[in-house]
Design a protein around this ligand. Structure first.
Ligand code: 5RP
Length: 227
């Protein structure tokens, strides 16, 4: 395992220490969340974790969770989520995040918003002073793609339609498109997020603001906890 992957795993295992029997869990998406689901799945199968139910943030995560027999429910079936563990593409000193590199931002945001505690897990490379070096993923209704591309370009972003290997548009689990928006340093993430939400056709942005409770970072053999 390379050092970055080991950092992801270390952060995931640290976060899973906060999972308790009886909890309703949100399960994130991506290569870091993978290790958290693996650890939860192993504890579930060993019987050291009991009476849990989980809401997956993507079909890929649902498949992984099902492979351990973790009971899955829909977000619509629960009032609240006790604890969610998810990765991020960037985080800043205010625990603001860019997410959606793996395309699951909409369900990830719904689950994060419904959660009492959101633990973000990361390797050391995702820590930034200012968000924005990572292109901001924006989920867009396919019908509105031209409109949203034009409006975002007028706002000074450089949006790129995310595509698959064969060149066809990447489709989210919700059958929407993603625009990856080059912004450079985002001076005011809260304002940008509000502005984007005013554009019809934008389903959700990858800005996660005021949602993370803690960011748990693997750095070499150490763990750093923010928040
Ligand atoms: C998926 C996400 C992921 O959490 C994010 O892209 C980080 O992925 P990884 O853990 O593979 O680095 O937001 O939509």
């Amino acid at each position: 395992m390379d050092s970055k992957t080991q950092e992801k795993k270390n952060a995931a295992l640290k976060a899973v220490e906060q999972v308790q029997s009886g909890m309703t869990l949100g399960l994130g998406t991506g290569s870091t969340a993978y290790f958290a689901i693996e650890a939860i799945g192993e504890q579930w199968q060993a019987g050291t974790l009991t009476d849990i139910r989980a809401i997956p943030t993507s079909e890929a995560t649902a498949t992984q969770a099902r492979s351990y027999g973790i009971p899955l429910v829909e977000l619509a079936d629960v009032d609240r989520i006790d604890l969610t563990i998810d990765g991020a593409d960037e985080f800043d000193p205010h625990l603001r995040l860019i997410k959606g590199g793996g395309g699951a931002l909409f369900r990830e945001k719904l689950v994060a918003f419904a959660s009492d505690i959101m633990l973000v897990i990361s390797d050391a490379s995702k820590e930034v002073e200012h968000l924005g070096a990572f292109p901001l993923p924006v989920e867009v209704l396919p019908k509105a793609i031209r409109l949203v591309e034009r409006v975002l370009t007028e706002k000074g972003c450089r949006p790129t339609l995310r595509t698959q290997k064969d060149g066809t548009p990447y489709l989210t689990d919700n059958q929407n498109y993603i625009l990856d928006c080059q912004l450079g340093k985002i001076a005011d993430p809260e304002r940008l997020d509000l502005e984007f939400h005013l554009v019809p056709g934008i389903v959700e942005t990858g800005l996660f603001l005021g949602l993370a409770t803690q960011v748990i970072v693997g750095q070499g053999d150490e763990i750093k906890v923010f928040g």
